[in-house]
Design a protein around this ligand. Structure first.
Ligand SMILES: C[S@@+](CC[C@H](N)C(=O)[O-])C[C@H]1O[C@@H](n2cnc3c(N)ncnc32)[C@H](O)[C@@H]1O
Length: 231
């Protein structure tokens, strides 16, 4: 009978029958696999909880692109009193029309993708202290409405797919970011087949708003988080 080898706990090579070897690989794949669509977002929220507390970073949680409100709900459960208020911004009609090169970068996205209503999100959030604003935040009227309510941000989640929406989200948030604020980009590594779209956006943030994003952590397959420092 064919036999395979692998290392046991004491790093000694252990001989295994072929089917045992296959089973051990299958089991490891199962053990390491994501068990939930929100896996990377929940991992991120758990990772930054200690940062907020130890560095005494006070402020709001703001999310651009909230869909059903799942990440905000998870944030309220994990971060609780360490967050002063929760802000969510979305069309509540799904993805708006692409602009410029958006469709070249995100070839699989469609108008109206990920639609959820304001009432559905409010129902999920229950008694979380939250303000939700409806509208395309690339548009001037929505931007004004957001600016009229937004407060200093401790955690910013940018999860709105189109690069034009990501850029608008950062332009709006820039003046509310403080030293130590944490920014999570859910689509940092989406659309990589057409070059690095995030790098120029982060460079613009530095040049136009004096905000430096220092690498914190990657949340595979797409997301990356940074800590903000103002010049
Ligand atoms: C990937 S979903 C967000 C998922 C959500 N953060 C979660 O964790 O479940 C993207 C959302 O971004 C919203 N969106 C994209 N561009 C937008 C824009 N310019 N203005 C408002 N909402 C936008 C879409 O409506 C959609 O709900």
């Amino acid at each position: 009978m064919k036999r395979g080898v692998f290392f046991n706990k004491n790093c000694k090579l252990k001989s295994l029958k072929m089917n045992e070897l296959k089973n051990s690989i299958n089991q490891t794949i199962e053990d390491l696999s994501e068990k939930h669509r929100m896996h990377r977002k929940i991992r991120f929220l758990l990772d930054v909880r200690g940062l907020l507390v130890t560095n005494k970073i006070k402020g709001a949680y703001a999310e651009f692109g909230i869909f059903r409100g799942e990440m905000m709900y998870a944030a309220s459960k994990i971060l609780g009193n360490n967050i002063e208020h929760y802000y969510g911004f979305d069309t509540f009609e799904g993805l708006p029309k692409p602009k410029g090169n958006d469709e070249k970068k995100f070839v699989f996205e469609k108008l109206g993708f990920m639609k959820s209503t304001y009432d559905e999100v409010k129902a999920l959030l229950g008694d979380v202290s939250s303000t939700l604003i409806k509208g395309d935040f690339r548009k001037e009227e929505t931007k004004k409405e957001i600016i009229s309510v937004l407060k200093p941000i401790s955690i910013l989640s940018v999860d709105c797919n189109w690069p034009s929406s990501v850029e608008a989200a950062l332009n709006i948030s820039a003046k509310y970011l403080q030293d130590g604020s944490i920014v999570y980009f859910d689509d940092y590594f989406t659309g990589t087949s057409d070059g690095d779209y995030m790098l120029p956006i982060l460079e613009k943030l530095k040049v136009e708003h004096g905000i430096k994003c220092v690498y914190f952590q990657t949340y595979p397959p797409f997301a990356r988080a940074f800590i903000v420092f103002r010049n």
